[in-house]
Design a protein around this ligand. Structure first.
Ligand code: UDP
Ligand code: MN
Length: 242
């Protein structure tokens, strides 16, 4: 049997939510022995998300982890999806023993080959992420088959300048690190989490995607749509239909 693959997906309510989750669910339905942990940034469950999960037939868990008020109210960049991912980590600690987990945002695009490759992660694996920053890619740099640095559009003094979609972690590796957690620090979530996995150094990274020469995940972003309010059918019928 294949080692279990735990996919942790933060999500929140907005007009695009069901579209994003439908697309991601159809990707995951093509993956074997996958467990989907969907964590809503909300205080109550969206029943449409629950119905979607049921319809997929995927093994899943539907959890809630609202962003703390303190961060929600703050001006400027917010720690998007952090409370969700930490809740996912807590679930892993309580329920998983072996296998691998991966943080899969609801709006990214995933090649099925990615799941094949990350499933055998022993500690922490990394790989390129496409369509991110002006550079177009974020990736470990590999020379002669070995890690030799990071290529990223926003280094900002980070030890691990990588995107959330660019790494996977073995469950056993996490369980040996009871303090590992993601910080509520916009821009430094990945770095903070990876640093909390100490002892773990860049030299320990398992390099996937043909020595990081292939893009198996894209940081796609869905254009915000109008209307941002639920469709008022009565109004729609009277003004937009002929
Ligand atoms: N997200 C969330 N609450 C928010 C904003 C975002 O749970 O208030 C989730 C979102 O569904 C996604 C992840 O956090 O899975 C990252 O958010 P987003 O894609 O907006 O960030 P970006 O890709 O632009 O960094
Ligand atoms: Mn995104």
């Amino acid at each position: 049997l294949l080692p279990p693959l735990y996919v942790i997906t933060p999500t929140y309510r907005r007009p695009e939510q069901l579209a994003e989750l439908t697309r991601l669910s159809h990707t995951l339905m093509l993956v074997k022995n996958v467990f989907w942990i969907v964590v809503e940034d909300a205080t109550n469950k969206n029943h449409l998300v629950a119905e979607l999960l049921k319809k997929t037939g995927l093994k899943h868990e539907h959890l809630l982890a609202p962003m703390p008020e303190l961060y929600r109210k703050k001006k400027g960049p917010k720690p998007r999806g952090v409370s969700n991912r930490n809740r996912g980590l807590q679930w892993i600690r309580q329920n998983a023993k072996t296998g691998v987990f991966y943080f899969a945002d609801d709006d990214n695009t995933y090649d099925l080959q990615l799941f094949t490759e990350i499933r055998y992660t022993k500690r922490v694996s990394m790989f390129p992420v496409g369509l991110i920053t002006k550079l177009g890619v974020s990736s470990p740099i590999v020379r002669n088959g070995r890690f030799s640095g990071f290529y990223d559009g926003w280094v900002a003094g980070r030890k691990f300048p990588v995107d959330m979609a660019g790494f996977a972690v073995a469950v056993e590796f996490l369980l040996q690190r009871p303090k590992a957690l993601m910080p509520f620090r916009p821009g430094f979530e990945e770095d903070g989490f990876l640093k909390s996995l100490e002892p773990f150094e860049p030299q320990d990274i398992e390099l996937l995607a043909s020595n990081c020469t292939k893009i198996l995940v894209w940081h796609t972003q869905t254009k915000k749509n109008e209307p941002s309010q639920p469709l008022d059918l009565a109004k729609y019928n009277s003004t937009n239909l002929v």
